[in-house]
Design a protein around this ligand. Structure first.
Ligand code: FES
Length: 153
């Protein structure tokens, strides 16, 4: 019985350590907070993007152009990126992390990228604030469109 407990104890500890590491990463990658004391907790960078280490790696395919409606956009929640197409064939990308308190925006509607938490809206053309309480625009992300593939760059 003690062997079993020991084995389970090891497994539980492993899970807790892994969980702790996962909790640390987002806290270290808060946008616009370069002065955070949490920088010392940042794991060794897996990519040269520095603070964007929780962001998808450059070159990752986000999706296809067909997924992003003309005059609208799509939130890629897993990658925390929103891609818009303000005018036909003109694709733009922004972080999906709201500048108010960090919620993930959840929809693109009527020309704005909308946050569900407190109602902030950002313009699909440039990520600027259309309605508060957010005061800062969504950070632009660089993408390339090759054929019908949209990639982060
Ligand atoms: Fe988005 Fe508050 S976190 S509006």
């Amino acid at each position: 019985m003690s062997d079993r407990e020991s084995s389970e104890g090891t497994t539980r500890r492993t899970v807790l350590v892994t969980g702790a590491a996962l909790l640390v990463v987002p806290a270290c990658t808060k946008y616009g907070d370069e002065s955070s004391d949490e920088v010392t907790l940042r794991p060794a960078p897996a990519s040269p993007t520095g603070p964007g280490s929780a962001q998808p790696p450059a070159g990752e395919v986000l999706g296809t152009t067909a997924e992003v409606p003309d005059g609208g956009g799509k939130v890629f929640k897993e990658q925390k990126v929103v891609v818009t197409q303000p005018t036909q064939g003109d694709f733009k990308a922004f972080t999906a992390i709201c500048t108010h308190q960090g919620c993930i925006v959840d929809k693109v509607e009527n020309g704005t990228i909308d946050c569900p938490c407190h109602g902030s809206k950002f313009r699909i053309t440039d990520g600027s604030v259309a309605r508060g309480p957010a005061e800062r625009p969504l950070e632009a992300k660089q993408i390339t469109v090759t054929g019908d593939r949209i990639r982060l760059t």
